[in-house]
Design a protein around this ligand. Structure first.
Ligand code: M6R
Length: 364
């Protein structure tokens, strides 16, 4: 039931602090990952993993793209990510020691299941990160990690995505241990994950300012989303949410690609949303933002800390609370979910059941 909320999507956005707790519950202790969370056979399998192939669709694919950055940075082994509908129909190369990692809220997505069935006999092992216990994906995989987000009713995936990210960070820790990730770093990362419920609660307080911001989008036909590094897939997810429920055409680019084409589209009718953390990429992103402003584009920036960027004419900035940078992909997602939600409400669309879409895509 929706309870006090107008839509399931809003309820599910607001459930995220609790969901963060649920996905961590029983998976960590004394600042360390409990590997049994992946099942009793997981340890022996993880010992042999030399690379990871992630396969998923839609929002789950975006979670996989975030994991690529984490796995290559913190584990130091190759990680490939592909949408299932492409992966299943091409002769893929799967080097020895490949862990096939599928991601799916429903566990019933036709392309993801078909991809698993296609290659399961050619990989070291299969791991499913999934939200529905007993689903086909879970039953047919060697290992699974449930996201424990509870039923997701809104067609637009929200809490399933952020819980997948936590599950992916736990997977990164399990693999990292075997490739030189120190106990100290693991403890630091677990401590950061444990801050998530409180952090997401604080982020929900941005709902008012984000609702105000949404008015600038309701009359527009297009929007661009920019991010760099691990926030590039988050920008993709923000764009997918906006198009899915508000029917505004939205595209995401890595900010560095702006000059290679999309800048030609920018004028005052094209709002540009940027996600700007406070890591080394910030200065580069700031230069990209100036390029947008110079062309009359209206900018909407979600920034990692007060000092990074300030509001000015043509640029509205919403600052996120301070948090460990490893949480950036999760933290920056929630405001983008709220933005698309409020734009859709202003436009009067059927938020929970957008036209032409089904919650679970069980046919190709
Ligand atoms: O159940 P799955 O995670 O496998 O679903 C994959 C996509 O169909 C799904 O994420 C879709 O893109 C959502 N409607 C996005 O909000």
């Amino acid at each position: 039931e929706k309870g006090e909320f107008r839509h399931f999507m809003l309820k599910e956005i607001y459930e995220q602090p609790r969901v963060m707790q649920a996905v961590l519950e029983g998976r960590t202790a004394s600042g360390r990952l409990l590997e049994q969370a992946f099942g009793s056979e997981a340890g022996a399998i993880f010992d042999q993993v030399k690379q990871v192939q992630i396969v998923a669709c839609g929002t789950s694919y975006h979670a996989g793209m975030v994991a690529k950055y984490w796995i290559e940075e913190l584990v130091g082994i190759p990680c490939m990510v592909e949408v299932a509908s492409e992966f299943r129909y091409r002769p893929v190369v799967l080097p020895e020691g490949t862990l096939l990692l599928t991601l799916s809220q429903s566990g019933e997505t036709a392309d993801t299941l078909a991809a698993l069935r296609e290659v399961k006999d050619r990989v070291l092992a299969t791991l499913a990160i999934c939200n529905v216990p007993g689903s086909s994906l879970v039953r047919e995989s060697d290992l699974c990690l449930m996201t424990n987000a509870g039923p997701e009713i809104g067609v637009a995936s929200t809490k399933a995505f952020t819980s997948q990210l936590v599950a992916l960070m736990l997977t990164t820790l399990a693999l990292g241990r075997r490739h030189g990730l120190s106990d100290e770093t693991e403890t630091e990362l677990v401590a950061a994950l444990e801050q998530l419920p409180g952090l997401l609660q604080q982020l929900l307080a941005l709902d008012g300012p984000i609702e105000q911001m949404s008015a600038h989008f309701a009359e527009k036909h297009h929007a661009l989303f920019l991010g760099r590094n691990v926030l590039y897939p988050v920008a993709m997810e923000g764009a997918l949410k906006l198009k899915e429920i508000s029917y505004i055409h939205a595209e995401a680019y890595p900010a560095g690609e702006l000059k290679h084409g999309p800048l030609a589209l920018v004028d005052k009718e094209m709002p540009v949303v940027a996600v700007a953390p406070r890591n080394g990429m910030l200065d580069k992103l700031k230069a990209n933002l100036q390029e947008v402003k110079a062309r009359g584009g209206e900018l909407f920036v979600f920034a990692g800390c007060e000092e990074s960027v300030q509001s000015e004419p043509g640029m509205q900035v919403i600052h996120l609370p301070a948090q460990p940078s490893i949480l950036d992909p999760i933290a920056f997602t929630l405001p983008l979910q709220l933005l698309s939600y409020h734009v859709a409400v202003l436009k009067g669309t059927d938020v929970d059941q957008p036209r032409n879409l089904a919650k679970s895509v069980t046919v190709e």
